[in-house]
Design a protein around this ligand. Structure first.
Ligand SMILES: [Zn+2]
Length: 194
């Protein structure tokens, strides 16, 4: 039966049968994934292993989720699971420590992806918040950044980008800032200890 589903490309069904009907004897489900992902693209490999993880964690027929198996699968160095898929499926109460190995490995594998998207995104967000806080903390006067307000350094619109405002009212993009203590337009030093 599972062979039939496998041929039809219905991996989730096939894996459900292997895991819950046949009790996942001798790692048959993992073997199935290995067989069906051999020589396939990374997306397909990740998809198949992700399906097995789903089958372990979200059984359909009221069986108990197989947490141990799921953890073993995640921490298996030969298994490639998209961390996004994994994080959606994993129980919230699982600690980062428990997932440490998996997360470390994923970060290494997905290094490029993370560097270019997720990390950059959160850094930008963080800088944006920090820049805003800085302005609020250092100066209680309101600054209205209108649509056409431009950065006094690169002369590009500020729009809703992060910006920095120096005490002498000079406003520039966060990204154009080299030193928060020196106004890049006038060269005035605004002190600070660092
Ligand atoms: Zn600028």
């Amino acid at each position: 039966m599972s062979i039939l589903y496998g041929r039809m490309g219905q991996h989730e069904k096939a894996l459900e049968i292997l895991v819950y009907k046949f009790g996942d004897i001798n790692g048959k489900a993992l073997e199935y994934c290995i067989d069906h992902s051999k020589g396939k693209s990374r997306n397909i490999r990740q998809d198949i292993y992700g399906k097995l993880l789903k089958v372990y964690l979200e059984p359909i027929d009221g069986s108990k989720p197989l947490f141990e198996e799921a953890l073993l699968l995640l921490n298996n160095p030969n298994v490639d699971i998209n961390p996004r898929t994994a994080l959606q499926l994993l129980p919230d109460e699982w600690s980062v420590k428990k997932l440490g190995l998996f997360l470390q490995r994923s970060l290494r594998k997905h290094n490029h992806y993370y560097r270019t998207t997720a990390i950059e995104h959160s850094l930008a967000k963080w800088e944006h918040i920090r820049a805003k806080n800085q302005i609020i903390n250092e100066d209680c006067k309101r600054t209205f950044i209108t649509e056409n307000k431009e950065c006094q350094l690169c002369k590009q619109e500020i729009g809703d980008s992060a910006f920095v405002r120096y005490p002498n009212e000079v406003i520039i993009h966060m990204k154009c800032m080299k030193n928060k203590n020196i106004c890049p337009v006038t060269g005035i030093w605004f002190g600070g200890t660092s």
